[in-house]
Write a protein that binds this ligand. Structure first.
Ligand code: NAD
Length: 324
């Protein structure tokens, strides 16, 4: 690679693990983490970190120059649940940060951009099952509107200015290292923490709400794979559908019960139920599989096993550090 990698929003749920993986691949000093807040210990101690606001275009440009950055992964955003509470702030962050990075690529200050979209680009009028790559998109959340708009701008910057921007529509991402940041699929992370801590969980989505989900390791692999693919293989410059599995809170609870027979769940849907109801139940990602060879590894059973193992290890570590 001609220059270094900059991750903006590196302290978040996905940014943290992406940063650690890229440091493992390219060497710690070649991957610059940045965020408005500090990240976990591993992130802060494994390589360079810069405090930076993604909305400050001049500051981002200075960081790119200072560190000789060739690739930017823009992970900073306001997620679906939080964005509904602050629509204008969410719009400003999600759009300004993207323009700051796309403009750097247009001006040839950087070579390649990764920017994640989401299944939130779809809305109630989209076919719910096996949602196709190209279909009706009428999102009803501010988060979904910002992601759909972002997709159109990515495609535009590629077509008009030749910008090498690559994107994936992540489903709900499930992981245990860093807590999620206010999305509608967060229940599928919280449930594991509560199962281990209390043996029970109250879900903010109803029992039969089916949503597309993915284990973090697969999401990181997809991100690294799409960025490593030869440019001519990337036929979609808005964003690729990506899928691994779909399940409901009830199905996930049953899978957890196989390992923890005493686990119990109840349901108190909140405002996020409406958001979930507007999203697809399952995703057709055949184009990503065909164009750049996407393959997932984790299904419901392996995800549940890894999550329980990871969360239990974390719980034991914190309880032995704080006895009593
Ligand atoms: P997160 O909320 O966990 O992390 C976002 C990070 O951005 C945080 O560390 C936050 O401090 C940082 N940030 C916020 N405002 C900033 C600013 N002005 N300047 C710099 N940093 C700022 O989110 P995540 O789950 O890691 O998501 C990363 C990306 O993936 C986002 O674009 C999100 O929309 C997308 N995505 C995530 C999911 C999911 O399930 N986690 C699903 C679909 C799409």
């Amino acid at each position: 690679m001609a220059g270094k990698i900059l991750i903006i929003g590196a302290s978040g749920q996905i940014g943290t693990e992406l940063c650690l993986k890229l440091r493992e691949i390219h060497g710690n000093k070649n991957v610059i983490a940045s965020d408005i807040k500090e990240g976990n210990e591993e992130l802060m101690h494994s390589g360079p970190f810069e405090v930076a606001n993604a909305m400050d275009g001049e500051l981002i440009a200075r960081l790119v120059e200072k560190h000789n950055v060739a690739e930017v992964y823009l992970m900073a955003a306001m997620l679906s649940g939080t964005a509904e509470k602050a629509p204008m702030k969410a719009w400003a962050l999600n759009m300004d940060s993207l323009f700051n990075v796309l403009n750097l690529a247009r001006d040839k200050k950087i070579e390649k951009v990764f920017w994640p979209s989401s299944i939130a680009v779809f809305g109630p009028s989209t076919p719910k099952e096996q949602t196709p790559q190209a279909t009706v998109m009428e999102p009803t959340t501010v988060y979904g509107i910002s992601k759909q708009t972002g997709e159109r701008w990515c495609e535009y910057f590629h077509r008009i200015y030749g910008v090498d921007v690559r994107s994936i529509r992540y489903p709900g991402i499930i992981s245990y290292r860093t807590l999620p940041g206010g999305g509608t699929t967060d229940y599928a992370v919280e449930i594991f923490h509560e199962a281990v801590r209390k043996g029970s969980y109250t879900s903010f989505l109803s029992e039969n709400t089916s949503l597309p989900m993915m284990f973090m390791e697969d999401a990181i692999k997809a991100t690294i794979d799409i960025m490593a693919a030869p440019a001519e293989k990337i036929k979609v410059r808005s964003s690729y559908n990506l899928s691994a599995m779909s399940f409901t809170p009830k199905i996930l609870a049953e899978e957890i019960k196989k390992k923890m027979p005493d686990f119990s769940i109840d349901y108190k849907p909140d405002f996020r139920q409406k958001i979930a109801d507007s999203w697809p139940s399952s995703i057709d990602d055949s184009q990503a599989r065909k164009d750049w060879g996407w393959q997932h590894k984790f299904g419901l059973e392996s995800l549940t096993k890894e999550m329980l193992k990871g969360v239990e290890a974390q719980f034991q570590k914190t309880s032995s550090a704080n006895p009593g």
